[in-house]
Design a protein around this ligand. Structure first.
Ligand code: UD1
Ligand code: UDP
Length: 354
């Protein structure tokens, strides 16, 4: 079996690491296409290195741009690769512009598309990711869902063929990496942090970065929290910070650092007292690690983390964020969510069998 895998953004390098290893272990041919959507070393190269992801066979070098220009350039570049390689499957992950470009290029060439992390919905079409997911799901021949909710969302849109409930590949990677992160990352020492004595925060969603009022309200909340907050900053957010009118002066206890590699991120997350984030991946990682999460959005696709009492939605509302940090206490039980860490094997099995 020959598979072309399309990746481009940080979360996709993590997700692809799970399936890529499973495919190669089973002696299938996988060609990796990096669109170039994320290109800084700390947003890209470090993940290939730390997760032993093979070097891309093609790097399209597309880089940053407006949605249409970026997605269009990817579409053209991916079409060329797929026309030449003619794979049995085109594998796409998640909900980024690289995902929709890969799915659309393949569908137009009548090549079969498999979507990992299918069926997620925020029901908020203002999010670029929601558009990417809906279109990708409707173009896919195989749809791998991380949750029953995702499976049901697809059924509600009439997608019932080729849908598999397999769990979340990020759980596979986290399980494999936990011990290594604890042993090899020295980030706590580098930042002089004690276990469970700080909060970890990430912000990168368009709704919280392009909307400077939201960004200012979130940072005002961070300034009112007395505990140390470690904020590895996404390049998009660094850019937005620079554009803030009357820049918010952050207290010294808000420690803005460059984006960190996966091992440092896992180490920081596992020892945080609480996580504040608008990231999809980090909401799940918080749950798996047993760390309470305050989500800086008004809705989440990972509704089970809220239903089980480990995640609360505070949006970009300053008071709600401050209150949640002070008073949110997670539930005493934490049922297994999003699979058992063997999702990649199920995905590989379904690709072979279909
Ligand atoms: C993208 C995805 C988002 C995902 C996120 C993961 C889309 C529409 N969005 O958002 O779903 O959650 O990745 O992190 O695909 N930049 C750099 N260096 C880089 C990459 C980006 O400086 O290596 C800066 C550029 O100014 C760029 C901005 O960040 O314009 C945004 O990057 P982009 O890839 O367009 O979107 P993300 O916000 O990263
Ligand atoms: N991550 C990382 N370093 C960071 C921030 C995030 O390694 O500085 C990891 C983390 O595991 C997270 C994943 O990257 O789950 C996904 O990235 P991001 O939050 O950018 O995207 P999303 O999951 O929201 O699409």
């Amino acid at each position: 079996m020959k598979v072309v895998t399309i990746v481009g953004a940080r979360p996709q390098f993590i997700k692809a690491a799970a399936v890529s290893h499973a495919l190669r272990r089973a002696s299938h041919t996988e060609l990796l296409v990096h669109t170039g959507q994320h290109y800084d070393d700390e947003m890209s190269a470090i993940f290939f290195e730390q997760l032993a992801l093979p070097a891309p066979d093609y790097n399209l070098g597309i880089g940053s741009g407006l949605h249409g220009a970026q997605t269009g350039a990817m579409l053209a570049g991916i079409e060329e690769v797929l026309s030449k390689e003619r794979p049995d499957w085109v594998l796409v992950y998640g909900d980024t512009n690289s995902t929709i470009a890969g799915a659309l290029a393949a569908a137009k060439l009548h090549q079969r598309v498999a979507h990992v992390e299918a069926g997620l919905r925020s029901f908020n079409r203002a999010m670029p990711e929601e558009i990417n997911r809906v279109v990708t799901d409707h173009l896919s021949n195989l749809l791998f869902c991380p949750s029953q909710t995702a499976f049901d969302n697809l059924a509600a849109e009439g997608i019932t063929v080729g849908v598999h409930l397999v769990g979340d590949v990020m759980a596979d990677v986290l399980q494999r990496t936990l011990e290594r992160a604890r042993e090899s990352s020295n980030i706590l020492k580098r930042l002089a942090l004690k276990e469970h004595s700080y909060l970890l925060a990430t912000i990168h969603r368009q709704e919280n970065t392009d909307n400077l009022v939201h960004l200012r309200d979130i940072l005002s909340a961070f300034n009112r929290v007395e505990e140390t907050i470690v904020l590895p900053i996404h390049p998009r957010t660094r850019g937005a910070l620079a554009r803030l009118h009357g820049p918010v002066t952050l207290r010294a206890s808000v420690r803005v650092i460059d984006p960190v590699g996966y091992l440092d991120l896992v180490r920081l997350a596992q020892s945080a007292r609480l996580i504040l984030t608008d990231s999809g991946g980090l909401q799940k990682e918080a749950y798996w690690l047993g760390v309470p999460c305050v989500t800086l959005r008004e809705e989440t696709e990972w509704v089970e983390t809220v239903q089980t009492g480990w995640n609360t939605l505070a949006g970009a509302r300053t008071d709600a964020i401050v209150d949640a940090v002070a008073s949110f206490r997670p539930a005493t039980t934490r049922p297994l969510l999003y699979g058992d860490g063997r999702s990649a094997e199920r995905i590989t099995g379904a690709l072979i069998a279909t």
